[in-house]
Design a protein around this ligand. Sequence first.
Ligand code: GLU
Length: 334
Amino acid sequence: MSAKSNARPPRLLVLGTGGTIAGSTASATGGSYAAGGLSLEVTLSDLAGLDLAAELIAKPVAQIGSQDMGWEVWDALHKEVRMAQDDPEIAGIIVTHGTDTAEETAYLLDLTLAAGKPIVLVGAMRPAGAVGADGMRNFANAVHVASHPDANGRGPLLVMGDTVFAAKDVRKAATSNIDAFKGYPRGPIARVTPSSLDWFGGATRIGEAARYAWPEALPRVAILTAGAGMDAEPVRALLNIGCKGIVLAGLGQGNAPGSVLNALNQAVENGVPVVRSSRVDEGLVDRNVEVDDNAYGFVAARALGPAKARILLMVLIANGVTDLNEIQSAFDRG
Ligand code: GLU
């Protein structure tokens, strides 16, 4: 018998949060279904015939559609992942997650956890009973990635559609295709199937400590989407409800009508940081291109889209980072 066949398969912790990968549908061809309708136990029971080369330890954390993801589940998830990171028996961690906000959870974990053993988020675009369901293939791929030594030191990853993305790049870019995710601006970092895994580059964060402390709570930070003909009232409304930070999902290079920029400048003057991102997917938002950030006191989101810019700004504020130059440095790093 070979040494390989004697080796114990890697033990992976599977933390379930719900989403379409745990979605129940009444019809294999109908369009409607309930995300998070199935328990983690039922979701994983479909794996029995897949002959996966890993021992899976299942632990449900939540059973929700990820549109309802927020502080309570994040807090519970973070604690579970931390414990698993410290447990030498656990080789890697898989988090099943709805696709709507998977990028936000992945990035939040990326900012607040050491880049140690693999943490792989996985979801599905089609519920389990639907014709052409993608959940089990995505899960088999996630097992492959989470048990692979070269997944160490990369921070949280998202595995969908035979593709591996880094947390800081990944974005949902389609509402219903099974290859719904893209990596902005760096693209995917690997291709994966249940039997192959090809990394496009080496891990760059081996041994990296957590960048920010896990907070007691996250502050209210809102995303304001700019549109032609809008006025400044929404900015005032956000300040009136006590927003501690504002992310502008701006036009083009993070732009907005002059009256909106002036109102946002007032927010900055009142101690509420404003980050300019773009409602456009591709390209960076750089400082002082068309909007004079130096004069307005704004921060440019650089490579981060609005959803992830909001996560970073919440984490920074919660960690007491309020100096605008420091905030800009954090966004420069992404
Ligand atoms: N809105 C649901 C969620 O994000 C379904 C989308 C999905 O998982 O693909 O959980």
